[in-house]
Design a protein around this ligand. Structure first.
Ligand SMILES: [Zn+2]
Length: 127
């Protein structure tokens, strides 16, 4: 999913949250708060990240992706597979994806990156 440019990383923000938990400034319950829908998606449509959970260190992280744009649900549409991604690209409407990492043991979750899926005609003019 990284073959396109325009990817925005949230690595620094993520690290700040992790550092806050480790330093005791932030409560673990506050950051391990995956909502029911995110948990469901993480259990059914996630891809392995081969990276340990930074909070509980007891499980491997998984990644789930959601698409936002015109004609999609306000809460985003889960990108379940390659075919779904191709459908979203084929719409040619301004669509952005958000990749979220989730731990299925402690329910830590954080935005990992955002990436363009498709450009509408207006954003194409802006380059
Ligand atoms: Zn965890």
């Amino acid at each position: 999913m990284n073959e396109r440019s325009g990817i925005v990383s949230y690595r620094l923000e993520r690290q700040r949250v992790i550092d806050g938990v480790r330093a005791g400034y932030r409560d673990r319950l506050e950051v391990c708060d995956a909502q029911p829908e995110l948990r469901r998606v993480a259990n059914n449509h996630a891809t392995a990240m081969n990276e340990p959970c930074p909070i509980c260190e007891g499980d491997q992280l998984v990644a789930v992706s959601f698409a936002f744009g015109p004609g999609l649900p306000r809460s985003g549409r889960c990108i379940t597979d390659v075919a779904e991604m191709q459908r979203l690209r084929a719409r040619h409407r301004s669509t952005i994806g958000f990749r979220v990492e989730v731990c299925r043991s402690c329910w830590w979750n954080h935005l990992r990156e955002s990436f363009p899926i498709a450009e509408g005609s207006r954003s194409r003019l802006l380059g």
